[in-house]
Write a protein that binds this ligand. Structure first.
Ligand code: JFZ
Length: 414
């Protein structure tokens, strides 16, 4: 079982992933050819030569970027941490690196240190900052690994010594508190190499969490695949990274946005199983957050704010509500939170082994009337009546205060 030993991570429940790099200039298309895969992989999938791809830096001038705006938005959306791609597989540093000129300050007309601006904005608004760093794949360095290509001639260790380890040191010493490092796609990284990275991180910042994708099962928590929710409650700390459409990096042609209902359901499914939802945005080449993302997240944010008590610091609920359509559950101390995801007239729960003392609407405290009826010995049903105006509503939360800390119950289907 994985344990980050960091209470903030266990309580956070919702974070903002930001995938941003030179690929945003291409926005899913190179020389008239569109990629049908995730846009930040365009260099590898369309075999763009390093010398060609490098030139994108000359066009990178995101004058619309405003770190404070992004951090304020993340707060408004109810997110408690940000993970930003300081270097993705393309190998380009989105901060001022001293060990590679291939970075946003030295190689672009923009010339500003994006990671630094995000750090200062996060400090100002009380947001945890995490850094995504592609430790193994680096398509710019001749010895960095490339997925799906021949790596046999490469001296991977030389790349680690020359670029990966020094850049990690820069990030950990020059950008304040790094709450978490999001390593990714370890490929053939050995246990010794993963260990060396972890030792470096922990030596400089002992409290910094290591993502599940450091490799060799050495991460501080479990990272699942894109939008993959474990069917059964997972005991340890875990996180689900996810896209809002079908790409991480900006793609001008991808408008396949999830709707707010889907996102709210995913958030609650993940939280009810004890995980954090790390939801992605991919700013465009001007540093603007896509309109489609903002529209969805504004609605989700309102739900999260109204029901904050049932989300942050909540605990997993060990029931098998995976396929349940009408509700998801979270709990905290003596409270059981019933998140209503479909219109309903009343809530029926079976086996409320511990009696309910109070039922109310979370967002405004409206008391709800209910009946508890014995079915068999030690077995009862509770029916909570919902006021008429809610019969056609969804995405709200009902709180049941119970006599025991971990209420035992069974939701009735349908
Ligand atoms: C990786 C990256 O390659 C991708 O560009 C993005 O940064 C994403 C967050 O992480 O892609 C993965 C890696 C592993 C899985 C899924 C996507 N996985 O294990 O399911």
């Amino acid at each position: 079982m994985k344990d980050t030993k960091q209470q903030w991570f266990k309580d956070a429940k919702f974070g903002l992933f930001i995938h941003w790099g030179l690929y945003s200039v291409l926005a899913g298309e190179y020389k008239g050819k569109r990629t049908d895969r995730i846009a930040e992989w365009i260099m590898n999938y369309l075999d763009i030569p390093v010398k060609e791809y490098e030139k994108l830096a000359l066009q990178f001038n995101p004058t619309g970027f405003n770190a404070e705006e992004i951090v304020k938005k993340a707060k408004e959306w109810g997110m408690r941490y940000i993970v930003f791609t300081a270097k993705h597989h393309e190998g380009f540093a989105m901060y001022h690196s001293g060990c590679s000129k291939y970075n946003v300050v030295d190689a672009t007309p923009f010339g500003r240190d994006i990671l630094k601006e995000l750090q200062l904005a996060c400090e100002k608004y009380g947001m945890k900052l995490g850094v995504y760093y592609s430790q193994a794949q680096d398509w710019h360095d001749p010895d960095g690994l490339r997925y799906g290509k021949d790596n046999s001639h490469k001296n991977y260790q030389a790349y680690l010594d020359r670029k990966c380890m020094p850049q990690l040191r820069e990030i950990l010493t020059g950008y304040g508190n790094i709450a978490l490092i999001w390593f990714d796609t370890p490929m053939e990284t050995t246990a010794e190499q993963s260990r060396a990275m972890i030792d470096l991180v922990k030596f400089i910042q002992p409290g910094c969490i290591i993502s599940g994708r450091i490799g060799n099962q050495m991460g501080g928590y479990m990272t699942t695949g894109d939008n993959f929710i474990p069917r059964l409650p997972y005991e340890g700390d875990w996180e689900l990274p996810a896209t809002l459409n079908d790409t991480w990096g900006f793609n001008q042609y991808d408008h396949n946005w999830k709707n707010p209902d889907d996102v709210i359901r995913l958030l609650l499914k993940i939280n009810s199983r004890g995980g954090n939802y790390l939801l992605n945005i991919g700013p465009d080449s001007l540093g603007r957050i896509p309109e489609g993302s903002i529209r969805v997240l504004d609605t989700v944010g309102q739900f999260v704010r109204e029901n904050a008590e049932a989300i942050y610091d909540s605990k997993r609920v060990d029931i098998y509500a995976y396929e349940l359509e009408w509700a998801q559950f979270t709990r905290k101390d003596y409270k059981l939170f019933v998140h209503m995801l479909q219109p309903k007239i009343r809530i029926e729960l079976l086996n409320v082994g511990n009696r309910v003392k109070r039922a109310y609407l979370l967002k405004d405290g409206t008391e709800l009337s209910y009946k508890v009826m014995k079915v068999c010995e030690g077995d009862s049903v509770i029916e909570v009546e919902l006021p008429e105006y809610l019969h056609s509503r969804k995405n709200y939360c009902v709180c049941l205060e119970t006599e025991e800390k971990e209420p035992i119950f069974e939701p009735i289907k349908g």
